[in-house]
Ligand binder design. Structure first.
Ligand code: GLY
Length: 396
C-alpha cells in the first residue's frame, strides 16, 4: 500500500477515536476513582482537625472548615459512605464511621431546619449500608428535633429563625429535609411525621411557585394569621428571579415526595419543574446552570456546579417515574451534566482543588461568600448522580 494512503488511514483512525465519545460507564468509573483519591486525602487532612468538617476553599485556596452545626456538615461523611458503597474499601468505611460521629450531637439541635441534610446524608447512608441500629436512634432523636420547627398555623416547617423582618421564613431548600422525616415515619410508625411532610409540600406548592413552575427562594409567613407576608430572595439575583440551586432543590424534593407518598400531585410538580429548567432559554448547552437563571450578565455569569449535580441526580430518579420517552429525555440531560462535570473544566485533577472533587460552585453570590469555589454538597450530589447512573446502566 502506498505510504501516503497508509498515513491517511492512520490519521483518520486517530481523529475518529478523538471525536468518539468515551462510553459513559468509563467516564463514571474514572470520575469515581478521582473522587475516592480526593476524599481519602481530604480524610487525612481532617484527621488532624478533630471535630471539624470540610466546607470549601477561601479566595487564597486555603481550606475552610465547618463545625458540626453548619448546614453542610453531613455531606463529607455522606460522600465517604457513597464511596465506600461503590468500592467496598474498608478504609473508606472506617473514615465514614469516624467522620459521621462528629455530627452526632446535632440530633438535639432545634435551631435549624437543616437536620435532614446533616443527619440523613451521614447517619442515613451509614444505617443503610451497615444496619447499625445506634444510627437509627440518633436519627429518630434528630427527626423529633426537626419536627419541633413545624408551625401548624402555617402548615410548614420554619427554616430560619426570624430575621430581616421575616417572622417565619421558609425557604425552598427545606423540601430537602422531608426525606429524613419520611424515614422517621416509616421507622416509628408515627403518622405526625407523614402529616408534616405532606402539609409542608402542599403549602410550598401553593405559595412558593410561580405559574411557570419557577420558585421563590424565601416565603415568609405571619405567625399570627398563617398568611404569606413576603416573597423574596436571599441567595438569588432578585426576588423575582429563578435562583438555580433553589430550583433544583425543589425538583429533587418533589421527586422524593412522590417516591415516598405516591401522590400524583408531587410527580406533576417535579415534572413541571424539570421541564421549566430543561427548556429554559438560559439553560446552557452543556446543562450546567448559571448560578441564577436571570443573572444579568449571562452568558458571562458564573455557573453553579452544585446546581448541575443536584439536578442530574434528581433527573435520574425522576426518569423512572415518567413515560419511557420522557425518561430518556431526562436521562440524556443528566448524562450531559455528568459528562460536563467530569470534564477538566469542573473535575479536579488528583491532588488539586484542595482535595475537593468539583470546581466552580456558587454558594451565596449576593453575600460575596463561596463564589466560584468547591462545595461539599456539589461533591455529594455529583457522587450520588454517578452512582445512580451507574445503577441504571447496570439494569439495562
Ligand atoms: N441554604 C442552602 C443552599 O445554599 O443551597
Amino acid at each position: 500500500m502506498n505510504r501516503k494512503v497508509l498515513l491517511l488511514i492512520v490519521l483518520t483512525a486517530i481523529l475518529y477515536s478523538c471525536i468518539q465519545e468515551k462510553p459513559l460507564e468509563k467516564v463514571i468509573d474514572q470520575s469515581l476513582a478521582v473522587s475516592m483519591e480526593q476524599y481519602m486525602k481530604m480524610y487525612d487532612v481532617m484527621n488532624e482537625k478533630p471535630g471539624l468538617l470540610p466546607r470549601t476553599l477561601d479566595t487564597a485556596g486555603v481550606l475552610v472548615t465547618a463545625r458540626s452545626n453548619w448546614w453542610t456538615s453531613g455531606f463529607f461523611p455522606g460522600s465517604l459512605w457513597y464511596l465506600y458503597e461503590y468500592s467496598k474499601d474498608e478504609k473508606l468505611r472506617d473514615a465514614a464511621v469516624d467522620i459521621t460521629s462528629r455530627i452526632e450531637k446535632e440530633k438535639n439541635n432545634t435551631g435549624t431546619h437543616d437536620l435532614g441534610f446533616m443527619l440523613y446524608c451521614s447517619f442515613g447512608n451509614g444505617l443503610r449500608l451497615t444496619g447499625d441500629t445506634s444510627y437509627a436512634g440518633v436519627m429518630l432523636t434528630g427527626a423529633h428535633s426537626l419536627a419541633t420547627r413545624y408551625r401548624p398555623k402555617i402548615g410548614c416547617i420554619q427554616s430560619w429563625n426570624s430575621r430581616r423582618g421575616w417572622q417565619c421564613p421558609v425557604i425552598i431548600d427545606n423540601m430537602m429535609n422531608l426525606e429524613f422525616l419520611m424515614w422517621a415515619f416509616k421507622e416509628s410508625g408515627d403518622s405526625s411525621f407523614y402529616t408534616i411532610c405532606v402539609n409542608h409540600s402542599d403549602t410550598t406548592i401553593k405559595n412558593h411557585f410561580r405559574p411557570d413552575f419557577s420558585s421563590y427562594h424565601v416565603v415568609s409567613y405571619d405567625t399570627a394569621t398563617g398568611k404569606v407576608e413576603a416573597r423574596q430572595t436571599h441567595q438569588g439575583y432578585a426576588d423575582e428571579s429563578a435562583w438555580a440551586r433553589g430550583q433544583v432543590w425543589g425538583l429533587y424534593g418533589y421527586t422524593v415526595m412522590y417516591r415516598e407518598t405516591g401522590l400524583e400531585r408531587y410527580l406533576y410538580q417535579a415534572v413541571n419543574i424539570a421541564d421549566f429548567l430543561i427548556n429554559h432559554p438560559n439553560m446552557p448547552e452543556d446543562r450546567i446552570p448559571y448560578w441564577d437563571f436571570n443573572a444579568p450578565d449571562i452568558p458571562d455569569a458564573l455557573r453553579d456546579a452544585s446546581a448541575g449535580s443536584i439536578m442530574a441526580s434528581a433527573l435520574i430518579e425522576l426518569s423512572s417515574y415518567v413515560s419511557p420517552e420522557k425518561g430518556s429525555e431526562y436521562l440524556k440531560v443528566a448524562e450531559t451534566q455528568i459528562r460536563t462535570l467530569s470534564s477538566d473544566e469542573y473535575l479536579a485533577k488528583p491532588g488539586e482543588n484542595g482535595n475537593f472533587i468539583l470546581k466552580h460552585g456558587v454558594g451565596h453570590l449576593p453575600g460575596n461568600s463561596e463564589v466560584d469555589v468547591p462545595l461539599t454538597y456539589g461533591d455529594y450530589y455529583y457522587i450520588e448522580a454517578l452512582l445512580r447512573y451507574r445503577n441504571k446502566l447496570g439494569q439495562d
